[in-house]
Design a protein around this ligand. Structure first.
Ligand SMILES: Cc1c(C)c2c(c(C)c1O)CC[C@@](C)(CCC[C@H](C)CCC[C@H](C)CCCC(C)C)O2
Length: 277
């Protein structure tokens, strides 16, 4: 079967949604081709949380309307300077729970050059790309924020309205499950900013935030397999620069798709599987 369109996904979804023994059904079709199995998986993911998904999509739509500074144009060209500076990367391998692992390096963000809105856009771009992957839809993501070199100029950029938006994408404005937030090298300067975000977060998300300080090399390994982490973060995987460069390349290749999303034309086709996997 060649790429399935979203209508087809929807029909499968309706079909599968109405079946009671979804788990058993998922194990059956070994004779079917890969794409079909993947459609069933997607339907399975959706069927477990349809009302929740609707809720998230409505909120996401609201965010896009309310905050065009972040969401209007998702083409990566506007933030390519950040990407080229290796601000952000996604690990090639998932963790043991199947979650995507995202790394952000605040020290690579020059606040004189880029606003917090543009920095936010980087996260939104990655989120739009990884949400296409059914494994990520099912197993969520974990983010590592390296706050080395966080300074006053960064803190000044985070106003209460932005803090609210940060907490809302973590909680109920993007259809991704946030399974862990790991802060490393967080300086004293970061506390007032975190104090702005924290009150908006539900307990469930608060419990998933881990502060590692500067002894992260040891403690990150309690949460992630050494083999997938870059050596800079105590692992044995590819270097952080490689990780960032690979992901930047992938984002740049997705320019057309991201542009279509901005125009609200390309959205919704969950059948496009990620070229990155
Ligand atoms: C769907 C989705 C989005 C869109 C997202 C994040 C996650 C985990 C998501 O699942 C995390 C990053 C964030 C919230 C963008 C943050 C942009 C700001 C400007 C970065 C500045 C540094 C923050 C002050 C650091 C602490 C943030 C944690 C407490 C989340 O964007």
């Amino acid at each position: 079967m060649t790429p399935l369109d979203s209508n087809m996904i929807n029909s499968f979804y309706i079909l599968v949604y109405s079946l009671k023994h979804l788990e058993e059904l998922r194990r059956l079709p070994t004779y079917l081709c890969k794409e079909f199995t993947s459609v069933l998986n997607k339907a399975w993911v959706l069927s477990r949380s349809k009302p929740r998904l609707d809720f998230l999509l409505i909120n996401y739509h609201k965010l896009r309307q309310e905050c065009p500074e972040i969401t209007a144009d998702l083409r990566p060209s506007s933030i390519s300077g950040l990407l080229q500076n290796n601000y952000h990367g996604v690990l090639r391998s998932r963790d043991d729970a199947g979650s995507r692992v995202l790394i952000y390096r605040i020290g690579q963000w020059n606040p004189k050059e880029f606003t917090a809105y543009e920095v936010f856009r980087v996260s939104l771009i990655t989120s739009e790309l990884i949400v296409q992957e059914w494994e990520t839809q099912r197993n969520g993501l974990k983010a590592i924020f390296d706050l080395q070199d966080w300074c006053f100029a960064h803190a000044l950029q985070i106003n209460p309205s932005l803090a609210k938006k940060i907490s809302s994408v973590l909680t109920d404005s993007f259809p991704l499950k946030v399974r862990g937030i790991h802060l490393i090298n967080e300086p004293i300067f970061f506390r007032p900013v975190f104090a702005m975000i924290r009150p908006f977060l539900p307990d469930k998300i608060k419990q998933r935030i881990h502060m590692h300080g500067s002894s992260y090399a040891q403690s990150l390994c309690d949460y992630f397999p050494k083999a997938i982490l870059p050596p800079e973060y105590g692992g044995t995987g590819p270097s952080i620069d490689e990780v960032c460069q690979d992901w930047t390349e992938y984002i740049m290749q997705s320019e057309d798709y991201l542009y279509r999303l901005s125009l609200d034309l390309g959205g919704g086709d969950a059948s496009q599987s990620s070229a990155y996997e």
